[in-house]
Design a protein. Sequence first.
Length: 317
Amino acid sequence: MKANMLSRVADGMFWLNRYMERTDGMLLTLNTSYILSFDKETDDCQGYKPLLKYYTDLTYDQINEVQYDTNFVLKYIICDSLNHNSVKNLVVKARENARGSQDKITKELWEHINSLYHFMNSPDLPKKLETSDALQIVNKLNKDLLLYNGIMHVTMPRGLGWSFSNIGKLIERCLQTISMTQAYYAPINYNLDGNEDVMYWRRLLLSLSGYELYLKSYSNIKHNRKVVQHVIFNQDFAHSVIYTLELINKYLDCLVKDSEISDARKLYNQFGRLKSYVDFTDYHHLTNKQLEEVLETTKTQLTQFSVDFSKLFFSYT
């Protein structure tokens, strides 16, 4: 019974933070595209396509039809009940997991999640998104997610629940970074020697909270190659692939060290091989084809690790 309860609490903490991280990344991408949509002088060939492709189940044709339709995208992403990845539905899922782990999370964290839940379920929210209040709502939601992360960091105890919740968050963040990076490299055939200017890459970098750091960190390299260095291999960038993998490894080490589960070491080694694959990639001499393979292979292996991690630690039998 004790192990059963531990699994349920760990499962709740893992998915609580994963859902909230997905919401955070989605809102940041939405906010970036929404604000830049007001700049009519920018040559925007994608609109909301990267956002819709990664965060929704819309078909290719449906995405092409609505990729520049701001009113549709705002309501579909934020409060459409039929979109299982809408902010509204993700907050509902996060609240359910928080309720199941209520004895393990702080009062401050529960109250903040609950407040966000009630805001997302206010009946006049869809109508407001059709008015000039839309930008204010998107900004409020972005700030609410920043506040969530701050409350989580400041008030939560550093026990097993902390490790599980951070692994969930970091898996989601890493997958977001890879998928959004693919969304901007695929249209240019992963061309590392191309001449796309910083305006092309600005949307990706802003969506990952990495634009300012990027401008301060690099020079004398073509943008197409140095963006890869930044979003995949920069160990000082909190959303880079290598940084998130490093932190997953740290929290996984804490779980495996104290675990009596026989297959825990096997899972640890599985993740170690994935991390080493990225660690030992020579990004200075990376070819276009290798970039495509690194992104796809890392995403596939991390997704499989997430499945295996859940099977190992969240089995209730």
